[in-house]
Write a protein that binds this ligand. Structure first.
Ligand SMILES: [Cu+2]
Length: 163
């Protein structure tokens, strides 16, 4: 019985350690005390009301784009981005500050298979849909981009204005 208890607590410690390692390592702006808060807000709560904003990803005439590419938000508003990839290629959306996304884009060039499973990002295969719920707690101008190498440069970015 005693032995079993020890085994259980070791497992618990390992599980906790694993979770810490699995937390987003390449999401700048995090880790300022409150874990999830960033310069552009924080992950939303799906149980709370959210305004739906549909964003479509696609390619057109050698360009790649988000429709719309300009989204206005009131500070404090929670947005549910309803995402659809209408293109022929994989695409992703990464919400961040412009500086962070530009830096991240360079990292992606070195490591193109980097997968984004963070609350501020979603990667979609062609003809699939997804969602991001984000709570915009801070005013400012932020960026959303597809950081798959070559895509942002082909036009795949937009601006979120939080007033
Ligand atoms: Cu893309």
């Amino acid at each position: 019985m005693q032995k079993q208890l020890v085994a259980v607590s070791v497992v618990a410690i390992l599980a906790t350690g694993g979770a810490a390692i699995a937390s987003p390592g390449h999401a700048p702006g995090q880790g300022h005390g409150h874990a999830a808060e960033t310069a552009y807000g924080k992950p939303g709560d799906p149980k709370k009301p959210a305004r739906i904003v549909q964003v479509t990803m696609r390619e057109a005439d050698g360009k790649m784009l988000f429709v719309p590419d300009r989204i206005e938000v009131r500070r404090g508003e929670q947005i549910k981005f309803v995402l659809r990839n209408n293109g022929e290629l994989d695409h992703e959306i990464v919400l961040a500050t412009l500086a962070e996304n530009l830096k991240h884009m360079e990292e992606m060039k070195k490591n193109p298979d980097m997968e984004h499973d963070d609350p501020n990002a979603k990667r979609l295969k062609p003809k699939t849909t997804g969602e991001i719920v984000w709570h915009f707690t801070k005013a400012g101008e932020f960026d959303f981009s597809c950081l798959i190498p070559g895509h942002r440069e082909s036009g795949m970015h937009g601006v979120i204005i939080v007033k």
